[in-house]
Unconditional design. Structure first.
Length: 137
């Protein structure tokens, strides 16, 4: 049997998690550069690094609404992903992410709130004119 026909034991294969663990040690500037070079794992580290803090910030800005804060946070990271890949301008990541989150929350707060229909009015049948009902019968 040839040596090239043998595969290495599973214990010798290097999993991807040590790479991500090492990326966590990188600075924000290095992570941005790696992400712009095509490393999605670098953006994952950026996400993990700032997710909790930005969530607390968006929740505070949006008056404690967990659902609205989660929606805003998701939108912040979608915008960040697209914007960081779109151009190569230097960015102070932490300050920039907070500015994106702030602007997203302000947009949310400025949206007009739809009027809530009275549940009773929506759930009941329209009232019929009693005289019209008698004539119909």
């Amino acid at each position: 049997m040839e040596a090239s026909a043998l595969s290495a034991p599973a214990a010798l294969h290097r999993p991807a998690w040590p790479t991500v663990r090492l990326l966590r040690l990188r600075s924000d500037e290095q992570l941005v550069a790696l992400f712009r070079a095509g490393s999605d794992e670098a953006f994952g580290v950026i996400h993990d690094r700032y997710r909790q803090r930005l969530f607390a910030y968006t929740r505070q800005m949006l008056a404690g609404s967990r659902q609205d804060a989660e929606d805003a946070l998701q939108d912040v990271f979608l915008r960040a992903y697209a914007a960081l890949r779109a151009n190569e301008r230097p960015v102070s990541l932490r300050a920039w992410l907070y500015r994106v989150a702030h602007n997203r929350c302000i947009d949310q707060l400025r949206r007009p709130v739809p009027l809530h229909a009275d549940v009773f009015d929506v759930s009941r049948n329209p009232l019929q004119d009693p005289l019209h009902e008698i004539e119909r019968r």
